[in-house]
Design a protein around this ligand. Structure first.
Ligand SMILES: Nc1ncnc2c1ncn2[C@@H]1O[C@H](COP(=O)(O)OP(=O)(O)O)[C@@H](O)[C@H]1O
Ligand SMILES: [Mg+2]
Length: 317
């Protein structure tokens, strides 16, 4: 068994059948260059993960369509003591995009968002009036790869839009020209960035819709925005992808903070994932130290005379 395990899509999920293999290859190669071996297991049939030094769900593509099951798995792994990174609480928190509201309350720059239990024409009309705009985007609160995400203007169709709990935002036209930029952070530090633009006529930047990905040298205001966003959350994050788009005042605002299964786009990293491998090595060392400390603690306990071990003796009960 290798020290690291990457969780991959549900093997039954035809949609993600082969697409993830290239992404996995980049992650595996980055670790291999640092002498760290890794395995890959489908998240729905991962089996016992407790023997791994580090388990990363970086490829659980499609989890959003089985979110309750995903959350149950995360909680079960946490209970079993699996060394998950990002940690279970971050994974649970990040699965529902209502986290944008919490970040906004904490002063982070976020795309203005209205949350509704169900998307209806009346809800869209109301949102357009409240935002004072003509065009909107409606998308599910639990989603990925622009699933069930639509652009809407008065009189437009709701076809293909979210079916359950939804969020509504002003449509930010900068997505068509400048696109969305992703600032990839490893261990809290900026590693590298990419720009994602939609193909002509579309607004979805994902490669699944023929979006165009290029390396990106992040602007200072983007770096600052990402810092403010990450500073607004607590937690020990191994990786984070901050997706920013420019609003009508040309300021970078958060579209999505991806802490579950971000594509780290290591193929665009000038360092070829060296920072990622270093952070993983650091996590493994931390774990080894803890195990050692634990073992030494137990040995010291064994040296103590029985009455000093602090366990309740029959007399004290
Ligand atoms: N408010 C918006 N304005 C313009 N484009 C948007 C907006 N919201 C979403 N999009 C487009 O839809 C895509 C998917 O939305 P996003 O919030 O990133 O969810 P996910 O990537 O999880 O599906 C974005 O990458 C972007 O191309
Ligand atoms: Mg996105």
């Amino acid at each position: 068994m290798n020290p690291v395990c990457f969780l991959t899509p549900d093997p039954e999920d035809e949609d993600y059948h082969l697409l993830w293999r290239d992404t996995l290859a980049h992650l595996v190669a980055a670790l291999a260059r640092a002498g760290i071996g890794s395995d890959a297991r489908g998240w729905t049939e991962a089996g016992d993960l407790t023997g791994y030094g580090l388990v990363m769900p970086l490829l659980v593509w499609g989890y959003h369509r089985a979110c309750a099951r995903w959350i149950d798995h995360v909680t079960a792994w946490e209970r079993e003591g699996v060394d998950l990174r990002n940690p279970a609480n971050a994974l649970r928190w990040n699965a529902d995009k209502s986290y944008l509201g919490m970040l906004a309350e904490r002063g982070a720059p976020v795309v203005p968002t209205i949350y509704v239990d169900r998307m209806t024409e009346a809800a869209l009309e109301d949102a357009a009036a409240r935002f004072g705009v003509d065009r909107l985007v409606a998308k599910p609160r639990v989603s990925a790869t622009a699933w069930r995400t639509i652009r809407w203007a008065r009189g437009g169709s709701l076809e293909g839009g979210p079916e359950g709990a939804a969020m509504i935002q002003p449509y930010l036209p900068a997505i068509e020209s400048e696109g969305e930029v992703s600032l990839i952070h490893i261990g809290g530090n900026l590693s590298h960035a990419i720009r994602k633009r939609p193909r002509a006529g579309d607004f979805r930047v994902q490669p699944e819709y023929d979006g165009i990905l290029t390396p990106h040298d992040p602007a200072l205001d983007e770096i600052h925005a990402a810092r403010r966003i990450l500073a607004a959350i607590d937690g020990d994050l191994l990786y984070a992808r901050v997706d920013l788009v420019r609003d009508d005042a040309v300021a970078p605002v958060l579209m999505e903070l991806e802490l579950v299964e971000p594509d780290l786009s290591l193929e665009f990293d000038p360092g070829k994932g060296a920072l990622f491998a270093e952070a993983v090595a650091g996590e493994l060392t931390k774990r080894q130290r803890n195990t050692l400390r634990h073992a030494q603690g137990e040995r010291r306990l064994d040296d103590l005379p029985l009455e000093n071990r602090g366990s309740p003796s029959p007399r004290s009960r």
